[in-house]
Design a protein around this ligand. Structure first.
Ligand code: TTP
Ligand code: MG
Length: 416
């Protein structure tokens, strides 16, 4: 084929990508509202080191109501307290005018896991970049004319199933999708099709471009370049003179060019599947059947990904939003669907007759090594108990023999 010619259908593959960026709104605050609905609509500050007598430490995030008082991430808590000072409460007592809650990472991670599980259903590939942020390549899942509906569906599913708001940007690449998701926060949905990229970016202040901090922004401004459009139409050689190699990259970003593929960020630490009931149910058969399905799905996913696992766990969410996790570690890595099934059901026993909103099954302690998996029968039983975890041993036939149980309170007892 002569140089410059392309096979039909292969041209401008990158320009045709549909990349979606999701970022949850005031994420930690949204998580706190999930389990404390009275905080909805209130100024809310999440940070370490606040109590009535002392305020040290930094703000992790603030609800949008608190942001109206110029409270923001990384600010000293003491400054937040100054901006939203204590006031006389209805009973005449003194109370802060914002609500302050300490960071509870475990809880936020469990909410993030639920969100990411939804996102994985919607993307051909998903790149998780932080606790509340991910890129999805949706090229094969939607079209530009349907993209807004696609984004709306994802937002609704996150809101309905997990209970927190998010903002979504959809564009032909990651850099523009990120700017788009930030453009109309909170609860935003901004679609920038390929032929509207320039129109969208041009009027934006240059610090809206990812990677342009205050120093670069000042330098660009002093060179008379205030908007992305100014940088996009600048002579790239002038930008290179002034900013070195970065100048060329700035020029490309200002034009909305970004060829990076959406790739997953390394191997996952765990694989999980979760499923909600329409209403909390105490029907044992229904709960057990669901866990069996999830166990099979998770084991299947691990097999497909070539992963072995050393830990098998379940998650049981009981009303209102109590997340209970139980897990059991094995003496060595396995890829054994029957074991996932057996251990998951065994762990579930504790929740018999408890109303359940949602269940999940997870395998973790994953290995993706290509090496041969040793046969089960070569393993010797171990009594290696981990803190707060149940432990199990395998007998020489590979059957699970539950030896001992270490409760969350540290108590040790036999389970069979
Ligand atoms: P962000 O997505 O940057 O912030 P956010 O979700 O609170 O607000 P929004 O996206 O609506 O602008 O960060 C996600 C979480 O990470 C945030 O809820 C708290 C935490 N975080 C910190 O702990 N320190 C920080 O400096 C920042 C920026 C975030
Ligand atoms: Mg966020």
């Amino acid at each position: 084929m002569p140089a410059g010619e392309q096979l039909p259908g292969t041209e401008t593959a990158s320009a045709e990508r549909i990349v979606l960026h999701v970022d949850n709104d005031c994420f930690y605050a949204a998580c706190e509202r999930l389990r404390e609905p009275a905080l909805a609509g209130e100024p809310l500050v999440i940070g370490m080191g606040y109590d009535e007598t002392e305020s040290t430490g930094a703000v992790a995030t603030a609800s949008y109501e608190a942001r109206e008082y110029e409270i923001e991430s990384a600010q000293p808590i003491s400054e937040a307290v100054e901006r939203l000072p204590p006031r006389a409460g209805s009973e005449g007592d003194i109370e802060p005018s914002a609500h302050y809650r300490p960071v509870d990472m475990e809880f936020y991670k469990s909410v993030a896991t639920d969100v990411k599980a939804i996102l994985r259903e919607y993307g051909d590939t998903v790149r998780e970049v932080s606790i509340d942020e991910a890129y999805l390549d949706c090229t094969e899942r939607t079209t530009w004319s349907a993209a807004a509906d696609y984004g709306r569906r994802i937002k609704e599913e996150i809101q309905d199933d997990v209970g927190i708001p998010s903002s979504i940007g959809i564009a032909p690449n990651m850099a523009v999708a990120k700017i788009a998701s930030d453009h109309d926060k909170p609860d935003g949905l901004v679609v920038v099709p390929p032929d509207e990229v320039a129109e969208f970016l041009d009027p934006l202040p240059i610090d809206a471009l990812h990677g342009v901090g205050p120093v670069t922004a000042d330098k660009l401004k002093s060179a008379g370049l205030a908007t992305a459009g100014d940088v996009a139409s600048a002579d790239p050689s002038h930008l290179v003179d002034r900013f070195g190699k970065r100048g060329r990259e700035l020029h490309r970003r200002a034009q909305g060019i970004d060829e990076r593929p959406v790739t997953p960020r390394g191997d996952p630490k765990s694989l999980s599947r979760e499923s909600s009931f329409d209403e909390a149910t105490a029907t044992w058969d229904a709960v057990r059947d669901r866990v069996m399905e999830l166990a099979a799905a998770v084991a299947d996913r691990a097999t497909q990904r070539g992963a072995t696992y050393r830990t098998i766990g379940i998650k049981v969410v009981t009303p209102p939003y109590d997340v209970n996790t139980r897990e059991r570690s094995l003496p060595g890595p396995v890829d054994e669907p029957d074991l996932v099934h057996d251990v998951a059901l065994d762990l579930l026993e504790e929740f018999r007759e408890v109303p359940v909103r949602k269940v999940g099954v997870r395998v973790s302690n994953l290995s993706f090594a290509a090496g041969e998996q040793p046969p089960l029968s070569t393993w010797e039983p171990t009594d290696d108990l981990q803190d707060g975890r149940e432990s199990t041993v395998l007998d020489r036939t590979g059957q699970t023999t539950l030896r001992a149980f270490v409760g969350d309170d540290g108590s040790v007892g036999d389970v069979n």
